[in-house]
Ligand binder design. Sequence first.
Ligand code: URA
Length: 157
Amino acid sequence: MIVGEAPGAEEDARGEPFVGQAGRLLDNMLAAIGRSRQVDAREPVFIANVLKCRPPGNRNPQPEEVAACEPFLLRQIELLRPQLVLVMGRFAAQSLLHTDAPISALRGRVHRLRVGGREVPAIVSYHPAYLLRNLADKAKAWADLCLALDVARGDGG
Ligand code: URA
């Protein structure tokens, strides 16, 4: 399962997460590790957002909005019972890990979420929209994806 930030204009119009440019990058990243969001894929990846509706003018989510949407995100995780959650970007980290630490300080290790009486491993990485602007960090995102795959397979922590 992947958790992003909030729907943008295109996502709002289509009612689907990550369908714009950042979504295309995300789909390519998933394809590179043999995964897909297609529901009929062998091990489909479910994509959710922290905020369930688009912040006005695409501004950053406010802390009270993140908090208001948190129960819905936690319930999604509880119902889906994912092998792993890939936490993309600082608002997803803020919601799921309750931290304001930068992504650089959170990535590269396995975090544990306690959701619905179950422990779910979580890996933190950069948000795809950030990667579109910061190409140099794509190599780190690739390392994060490889770690996530190892952990999801049960041999990475
Ligand atoms: N960015 C996100 O975080 N989520 C989307 O659905 C689209 C862009």
